[in-house]
Design a protein around this ligand. Sequence first.
Ligand code: PGA
Length: 248
Amino acid sequence: MRGKLMIGNWKMNGSLAANASLLTDLLADSVDVYCRSAVCVPSLYLAQMQSLLTGTSIALGAQDVSAHEDGAYTGEVSATMLRDFAVRYCIVGHSERRQYHAESDMLVASKAQRALAAGITPIVCVGESLAEREAGQTEVVVKRQLAAVIHANGHCISEIVVAYEPVWAIGTGLTATPEQAQKVHAVLRAQLQVATAHADRVSILYGGSMNAANAADLLAQTDVDGGLIGGAALKAPDFLSMLKTASR
Ligand code: PGA
């Protein structure tokens, strides 16, 4: 059994004071939370969050990593640097990075490779835009995005986490229906099965306006193994409610 995995993606939100307060509220009510969980925080706050999360059941995650090992790459953060702060997960290929930083499938695959080499689990995001969905391209797009990562990381592909995040659902309040999510998750699972005998170990998360009200129905789907949660992860009562739903 994979067990559920719930990840909060804080994006570019927070401050020293706000992070500490959010964490205090999350930890104050963690009875009935048994699922695996993590928060992916801005790099600047990794040190703060490392010390606040030590000894808790919430793991630490980053939101991006450089595709390079080290050297003259101003502004970038390497996988080994993340490892210094006990980072366990790292999002790669989030649609906001693909869109605003022109990240290609190949670059995302290299980032996943760097994370794996440093012992960090990459959370590989895939997802179609609204135009692609309407053109009937959903499966082609997500399979192309995942294929690049499989190609670059074949031998250890069962060590990744995949997040299906339809771009039209991110931060919009529109959510894929449980059936729409399951359909794409099943496609991704089948693609992983061709690449590895251990595809059943790979957690495939859903992301895109997941919230306390819709989490149960999404998480009830066979191939939905958890969530990558943006906005709702910034509100302690909402995130806690989702962690508890995932723990049932
Ligand atoms: P959202 O973001 O939950 O606010 O839609 C999810 C994500 O982008 O990871």
